[in-house]
Design a protein around this ligand. Structure first.
Ligand code: MN
Length: 235
């Protein structure tokens, strides 16, 4: 294709055991999918239908050092299981949904919580609290052909070696298959889509220089250091 400006690199994520990358099409995120986290955010832990928000595909970050973002004094971590889709569709039944999943990764739904809170209070869209540059750090993708589809297992996050988040995949209010079934009623899911599936309790603030280490049993690990300078970033 002849393009009027130079085309950019396709956002992509490494795949465990492969030289080939996973190309990222869209990034969907699920809100409040663990009961304890729903409570800590002041919400209802009951099984209400899942709700979704998005990040741009190029918010995916596979480096080791993410810059502290602008306009916030309350950058927070949310460690999440990420499902990477190799097949899509619409109105996908839950019992066929896992056939769409190529593999799984450890992700961080980084959040400018102060901005999110201000927007939420005004009844406005969360986007500028959630969908910023480098806001979706992610590990290499572990193919489901190697590990199957994890239904349980520890999901944890430590900051500077201190435990912050600790949950189990079995605590998800909506498991991956149900998320895909529900989301595919709103949009036609596509190969390359990523789904961040929500975070367990214990979300909290990070500062420049902090080292975040996330892990999901059987899936992988993710290490990210927060770079930059908060005072400069807030101007
Ligand atoms: Mn989240």
């Amino acid at each position: 294709m002849n393009t009027i400006i130079p085309p950019w690199a396709l956002p992509s994520v490494p795949v465990v055991g492969s030289e080939a990358q996973f190309p990222v099409r869209r990034v969907y995120c699920v809100g409040r999918n663990y009961a304890e986290h729903a409570r800590e955010m002041g919400g209802n832990p009951d099984r209400e239908p899942p709700f979704f928000f998005m990040k741009p595909a190029d918010a995916v970050f596979t480096g080791e050092r993410m810059e502290y973002p602008s306009k916030t004094a309350d950058l927070q971590h949310e460690v999440e299981l990420v499902a990477a889709l190799s097949r899509g569709g619409r109105d996908i039944p839950a019992d066929a949904a896992l056939d769409c999943v190529f593999g799984y990764a450890v992700g961080l739904d980084m959040t400018r919580r102060d901005i999110q809170g201000e927007l939420k209070a005004k009844g406005r869209s969360w986007e500028m609290g959630k969908a910023f540059d480098q806001s979706a750090p992610i590990s290499s993708i572990m193919p489901a052909s190697r590990i199957g589809h994890p239904q349980r297992g520890a999901i944890v996050l430590a900051v500077n070696s201190q435990s912050r988040q600790h949950g189990d995949l079995s605590d998800m209010i909506w498991p991956v298959a149900d998320i895909i079934a529900n989301l595919s009623g709103y949009v036609t899911l596509q190969p390359g889509d990523l789904i961040f599936t929500g975070t367990p309790a214990g979300v909290g603030r990070v500062m420049p220089g902090d080292r975040l280490e996330g892990s999901i049993e059987g899936v992988g690990t993710l290490s990210v250091t927060i770079g930059g300078n908060m005072a400069a970033a807030r101007t």
